[in-house]
Design a protein around this ligand. Structure first.
Ligand code: B12
Length: 264
């Protein structure tokens, strides 16, 4: 699929989705029980069947959701958004587009040599807090939330009297790239805002992965994550405030991940 710049950050499905609101099973054995189950999960249950298969409506909705997932996975974050927020852009070692990104997560965890040079040239070392944005698995997630969350984090960090590094964007990015960035800039706290794996019908969910003084060899055990950041989940404005608070906790305890859990 050709990679195209985004034109519309709003991603939605314009088909009615009755399966998410009421059962489309024709004769449920326990209607009240089914209602209760459906109310307890966003998972698509109670959709009924036609013989051994899904109904046509359920099948079409599934395909529409799946198409939305692929769209956001395979396209790039709109360059106009990065320009608007004054983020310069660097790349990981993925050079074969989104297909290579999906097949080679290891390359998405390493900065390219050009990226390292550019980051060194543009970013001051050892900020208290360094913010980085990565496309990850959803361009829509970055586009839907960045305008709200970035200023809150910047303002919160500066108001706390902490230095805020020059933020930048990493394309074809995986969480593990935090180690390379940590080695280069040596921030106290590194925040990586990154697009989450899209689910059925939900593509705009952003995560904040955070680490205290990340370095080569660190694993997810040294990281924390705040997930489901979007207007209908963890609101990006509240998420921004929480992230600043967590950064301060990390500084106070000089730890993140499991070590921070043990210390608090
Ligand atoms: C995919 C996924 C996984 C995969 C990751 C494999 C892979 N290579 O991608 C697997 C199945 C291994 C996994 C395991 C776990 N996961 Co998980 N995972 C997810 C999921 C569904 C998507 C993550 C995503 O899109 N990442 C973005 C892409 C770009 O990142 P990536 O670089 O490709 O992959 C890295 C991250 O996914 C990271 N990661 C995945 N889970 C977790 C959890 C924590 C605490 C951390 C720090 C990192 C981390 O590991 C990958 C390698 O570095 C999220 C749900 C969500 N809404 O985000 C839950 C989620 C992040 N996971 C969660 C948890 C709790 C775990 C486990 C601790 C479960 C357990 N008890 O074992 C383990 C920790 C594993 C670890 N890496 O240390 C929670 C975190 C809750 C929180 N706020 O702390 C989430 C939010 C699910 C949930 N709603 O409960 N996970």
């Amino acid at each position: 699929m050709p990679e195209q710049p985004a034109t519309d950050p709003q991603v939605s499905i314009d088909l009615p989705d009755p399966a998410l609101k009421r059962p489309t099973l024709s004769h449920p054995a326990d209607p009240a029980g089914l209602h209760a189950l459906m109310a307890a999960t966003p998972a698509r249950i109670g959709v009924g069947r036609a013989g051994p298969r899904y109904t046509t409506a359920a099948q079409l909705l599934f395909q529409a959701d799946h198409a939305m997932t692929q769209d956001t996975l395979l396209r790039e974050v709109a360059p106009s958004l990065l320009a608007e927020l004054a983020l310069f852009s660097v790349a990981t070692q993925v050079c074969g587009g989104k297909q290579e990104y999906l097949l080679r997560p290891d390359l998405g965890r390493k900065l390219s040599e050009n990226a390292k040079e550019e980051i060194r040239a543009r970013c001051p070392q050892r900020p208290a807090v360094q913010l980085v944005v990565g496309d990850g698995l959803s361009a829509a997630a970055v586009e839907a939330n960045l305008r709200q969350i970035l200023p809150v984090i910047r303002h919160g960090v500066l108001s706390a009297g902490l230095s805020f590094g020059v933020p930048f964007f990493v394309s074809h990015c995986r969480v593990g790239v935090m180690n390379d960035i940590g080695e280069l800039l040596q921030p106290d706290v590194l925040i990586l805002l990154i697009g989450e794996r899209p689910g059925l019908g939900r593509a705009e969910s952003l995560s904040a992965y955070m680490a205290w003084r990340p370095q080569a060899g660190d694993t997810d055990a040294q990281r924390d994550v705040l997930c489901n950041i979007f207007a209908g989940g963890t609101n990006p404005l509240e998420a921004g405030a929480y992230i600043v608070q967590l950064a301060q906790t990390m500084r106070a305890h000089q730890a993140s991940g499991v070590a921070l859990k043990l210390a608090t």
